[in-house]
Design a binder for this molecule. Structure first.
Ligand code: CU
Ligand code: CU
Length: 626
């Protein structure tokens, strides 16, 4: 076999057979373009299930799933990933990858591209005039194979489902663009994750009860994305699940239940929670048409201000995301957005808040200091009206509409989640009432968009960048006691934990896969590995790991590695291998290396300095003029 000219040089070293397959799969990824990344790894893993892993419990479970799912309409969930009897059309045969390894000139770059997304031009629905909602079954639907069910539903005393034939002409059309990208979230912090139209939350979508809606999803990223639309009371997975890079898909449905809804990325299986945790979501409101909100009747008018508010979280690692340890909690994308830029109202204004707690993990108890509600409507449905109350309780994806009046007094009304850990992390804003204010008619829930030039300038000044799946200046280097020769790295939430480790030469690193969701492969299942991304050191690659499986590699050379996951190329980890400054002590307690006798006087000196500075700061704080 000819030596291929790729800098990663992974096949130059003897690898476990499965590790070599992963390397081959990656070559296939590079040669075929990003679109085939997941599919190539699916092929590798599917083959392993029938060879090395045959007889394992994981193989038995996944084979049972493949059999039980066989023939079911599971399009969009990536269910066809693990073929046990050959390679499907969408999964390129592994022979391709071998051929590429033999012949190709491929240059592996050290960094997986994570472009800053330029926001789309001002986003607006296109409305087809004169195409009114209807309550009778149109003549042209008569050929639908389920026409009897459709006719039954249109004759029930409750709204029909959202189903319409896909050829139906829409009243309103929307297009969202999904990609990986960065957003500025305030307080000097940039978030590097996944975005919708370049923002978090994505665009706000407003429709009227009864509208026929065409929802188009364009994948502008380098990995599969997709969409789930909670306002649609019909099948959407098969139309919008798992959309490859550069592809776009569309679904047409009728909105039949007024309310406040979530839409989010949903590329199938394990990737659905991942892409929600990483930031791809937005608010969709179906405004009531048949019956208005009670408060409109009471007040005899529409609200003076309609405030669309999404509460959501940012995570700095996959582990934190899975465990619900939010680093920040915000309203509409930016920390303290409406403290920085208060929403101005007049005393006496009739205010309506459309509130959605995206989560994805935390509970919100939304409250406004100085306000009790006139009416709240559960999930925003006008018939689900309750009077009074101080707060609304919303778990992840729960929503409310709240109606109230600004009292006849000037001053600030503070909006917050009264689960006050979230308040302190950014979920707080101000409604400020003054008699000369010009109340805005609407405040959108969409996050703030930045173009490439603006983002570059923000990045140059940012004090912190956070990312759930790759190391940033926020991530501390994990160091171990001198002499540690065994280190474990968890793989959880499509992220390595710790993301950056510093070890001594001769240390064995074991990666263990803590992601449990291997079914419905989606963007790609919760199957991971670790493989070096080039550089001067000897390359390494582990096999693909199913849940609870682990693989180890011993590092003897001093230097640094960046490594990645073959199925999820945005997952990045780092290993620094260097000699420890402080040597391990031997069994007798004596230092086996460097003399540490100098440490005691140094510590004593530091103690004296600390005492002195404490004394000085005490003086200044009690008498600032001295
Ligand atoms: Cu996505
Ligand atoms: Cu992975």
């Amino acid at each position: 076999m000819k030596t291929p000219l790729y800098s990663i040089g992974i096949l130059r070293t003897p690898l476990p057979r499965t590790g070599k397959w992963v390397a081959l799969a990656l070559l296939s990824i590079m040669a075929h373009g990003e679109a085939s990344a997941c599919d190539a790894c699916n092929v590798v893993f599917g083959r392993e299930l029938q060879s090395e892993r045959a007889g394992s419990l994981a193989a038995a479970d996944l084979q049972a799933a493949a059999q039980n799912q066989s023939g079911l309409p599971l399009d969009g969930l990536g269910s066809g990933a693990f073929k046990f009897d050959g390679v499907s059309a969408s999964n390129p045969p592994i022979q391709d990858a071998e051929a590429i390894a033999d012949s190709a000139e491929v240059t592996m770059v050290g960094e997986v591209p994570m472009p800053v997304v330029t926001p789309a031009s001002r986003w607006a629905p296109t409305v087809a005039p004169g195409n009114k909602p209807y309550d009778t079954v149109p003549e042209e639907w008569k050929d639908d194979p389920n026409i009897e069910i459709i006719e039954r539903d249109y004759n029930l005393p409750i709204p029909a489902t959202s189903y319409v034939p896909q050829s139906t002409k829409p009243d309103k059309s929307f297009t969202i663009e999904l990609a990986e990208g960065k957003v500025y979230i305030g307080n000097g912090v940039v978030y590097d994750g996944f975005v919708t139209n370049g923002t978090i939350p994505g665009p706000m979508i407003i429709v009227d009860e009864g509208d026929i809606v065409a929802f188009t999803v364009v994948n502008k990223g380098t990995i599969p994305h997709g969409a789930s639309i909670h306002a649609a009371y019909t099948q959407t997975s098969k139309y919008l699940g798992k959309i490859g890079p550069g592809e776009s898909r569309r679904v047409v449905f009728r909105v039949t239940q007024p309310g406040v809804y979530l839409y989010h990325c949903a590329p199938g299986g394990h990737a659905i929670p991942m892409h929600v945790l990483f930031g791809q979501y937005g608010m969709m409101v179906v405004k009531p048409k048949k019956e208005p909100y009670l408060m409109d009747k009471v007040m005899g008018k529409a609200p003076d201000l309609e405030l669309y508010l999404v509460q959501h979280e940012y995570y700095a690692s996959g582990k934190d995301a899975i465990e619900g340890n939010a680093l920040y909690t915000t309203f509409n994308g930016k920390l303290f957005r409406y403290v920085e830029d208060p929403i101005k109202v007049r005393p006496g204004d009739f205010v309506r808040i459309y509130f959605l707690n995206v989560g994805p993990n935390l509970l919100s108890t939304f409250h406004i200091v100085g306000i009790t509600w006139d009416y709240v409507y559960w999930q925003g449905h006008p018939k689900a009206a309750w009077p009074g109350g101080q707060s609304v309780t919303a778990g992840p994806t729960d929503s409310w509409v709240m109606d109230f009046r600004i009292p006849p007094d000037e001053g600030a009304y503070t909006m917050l989640s009264h689960a006050v850990g979230s308040t302190a992390r950014g979920a707080i804003g101000l409604l400020v009432a003054s008699n000369d204010a010009e109340t805005p008619a609407e405040v959108s829930s969409q996050g703030i968009a930045y173009d490439n030039a603006e983002m570059e300038s923000i990045l140059a000044k940012a004090t912190r960048v956070i990312s759930p799946f790759k190391p940033t200046n926020y991530d501390a280097v994990a160091r171990y006691a001198p002499g540690t020769k065994e280190v474990t790295v968890s793989i959880i939430g499509n992220s390595y934990w710790p993301k950056v480790i510093e070890i001594e030469p001769g240390t064995t690193v074991t990666w263990i896969n803590e992601d449990a969701f291997t079914y419905l492969a989606g963007e790609f299942a919760g199957i991971h590995n670790a493989m070096s991304m080039g550089g001067e050191l000897e390359p390494f690659s582990t096999p693909l790991l199913a849940h609870a499986e682990s693989a180890s590699h011993r590092f003897d050379e001093v230097g640094e590695y960046e490594y990645m996951c073959a199925p999820h190329p945005y997952m990045i980890g780092k290993i620094i291998i260097k000699e420890s400054v402080i040597q391990a002590t031997d069994a007798s307690g004596k230092s086996s290396g460097m003399d540490t006798g100098w440490l005691l006087p140094l510590a004593a000196g530091a103690f004296v300095v600390a005492l002195l500075s404490l004394y000085r700061s005490q003086r200044y704080s009690t008498n600032p003029n001295s």
